[in-house]
Design a protein around this ligand. Structure first.
Ligand code: ADP
Ligand code: MG
Length: 244
């Protein structure tokens, strides 16, 4: 797990990121320019060209969008939030899309509350990225189990997101978290890197375990907030050990 953290730190210095973004955006821009030039010189743009231009524009928008998530000022928006509700919101957001792909989300929450001091929209983005990756790894559908636990001794909230997808080959594990690393035709390869950065800024950790053709589990741990500790002290029954 330290490995993923270290790698994302090493590879995401501002200069490297900027170079990567510039490169990724220049390709679709070149295509767009070519088509516009074709139109100017010979008035030959057809529907297929226009469709391509739109999808190239969408791609630029997607890449810029992923970076904006990181660029947003954070400190001001940190609030006490219950992770159960954040997960619930994200699940409802993605539910219809999942349904179309034959994927169902199953949430297991073994705690009455799971308060975290966080930037809600950023954490939502992390869960969206991870759940989408899970869905995309299950072309034939299946279940994604989302387990939420509060470790009271360690004051940590733990979220495990387990899919039944294609898995990640051993040799690819070393590349996860590198910006622009993707094996998807329309992927940006930014989701995990951005998620990793967000979890780091919340003083948490993120780890990925995978078995080929069996599935992938993403583990995220975040510090529980003081409010959570106070809630536990006020309700001794909540301190009973939860079975694993
Ligand atoms: P993208 O989804 O745009 O490709 P990500 O950073 O989200 O970018 O993921 C990078 C790569 O990691 C993916 O292209 C995929 O190969 C691999 N990956 C991530 N999550 C999973 C998963 N749950 N199952 C299988 N492969 C995954
Ligand atoms: Mg992704």
């Amino acid at each position: 797990m330290e490995e993923l953290l270290r790698r994302s730190e090493k590879l995401t210095t501002v200069g490297q990121l900027a170079a990567g973004v510039a490169h990724e955006i220049r390709n679709p821009l070149t295509t767009l320019r070519g088509f516009l030039q074709l139109q100017q010189e010979s008035n030959k743009l057809n529907h297929r060209h226009l469709d391509l231009m739109l999808s190239e524009l969408d791609r630029i928008n997607l890449i810029v969008g992923e970076f904006l998530i990181l660029a947003k000022p954070q400190a001001v928006h940190f609030q006490e939030r219950d992770i159960r509700f954040i997960l619930g919101d994200v699940i409802s957001l993605l539910d219809s899309q999942a349904h179309l792909h034959g994927v169902e989300f199953v949430l297991h929450a073994s705690s009455d509350s799971a308060m975290v001091h966080c930037e809600e929209n950023q954490l939502k983005q992390v869960f969206i990225n991870v759940l989408k990756n899970g869905m995309e790894a299950m072309p034939n559908g299946g279940s994604i189990h989302i387990k939420l636990k509060v470790n009271e001794q360690a004051n940590r909230v733990r979220i495990e997101i387990k899919d039944e997808g294609i898995g990640i080959p051993e040799e690819m594990m070393a590349k996860l978290g590198e910006p622009f690393f993707t094996n998807k035709e329309s992927g940006t390869g930014l989701g995990l890197m951005v998620s990793q950065r967000i979890i780091q800024s919340h003083k948490g950790m993120m780890d990925i375990k995978s078995a080929m053709n069996r599935g992938t589990t993403v583990i995220i741990e975040l510090p529980a907030s003081e409010v959570q500790t106070q809630l536990q002290e006020a309700d001794p029954s909540a301190e009973e050990q939860q079975p694993d």
